[in-house]
Design a protein. Structure first.
Length: 129
């Protein structure tokens, strides 16, 4: 079993999911035939970026975790890069965080005023010149 298959199997087993559960959780990013092939056959080429993102979202993983497993399974060289595990949100205003969460889950319509405030926010730190 290659690293990509191990990742898929481990994530499915830890959630007690079937392939159908994964496909539903991917919200249309994955197809039944594709998931079945990934689990049954060696990975011959890198999955599409949409598939990588779909898997990452379904499993609540960083896309680089999925991308690296796929790359190592296909023989694509992967440079060691630390995967971010957390963000420091202490300097981000609470209303900006709430607006972003609402936007991501589709729970709140973003008015023009709110959108302007969200677009105007710039995180602290060095800025590109």
């Amino acid at each position: 079993m290659n690293p990509f298959q191990q990742l898929l199997r481990q994530q499915l087993d830890s959630r007690q999911w079937t392939q159908a559960d994964l496909i539903r959780a991917s919200r249309g990013a994955l197809q039944k035939q594709t998931v079945s092939r990934w689990l049954a056959q060696p990975l011959r080429r890198m999955p599409s970026e949409a598939s990588i993102i779909g898997l990452a979202d379904a499993f609540s993983l960083h896309p680089d975790v999925v991308r690296r497993a796929a790359a190592s399974s296909t023989g694509v060289p992967v440079a060691p890069v630390p995967i971010p595990t957390a963000l420091d949100l202490a300097d981000v205003p609470a209303d900006v965080l709430i607006l972003e969460i609402g936007r991501r889950i589709g729970a709140t319509p973003v008015t023009a005023a709110r959108a302007g405030k969200l677009a105007a926010y710039r995180p602290p730190g060095p800025r590109a010149k």
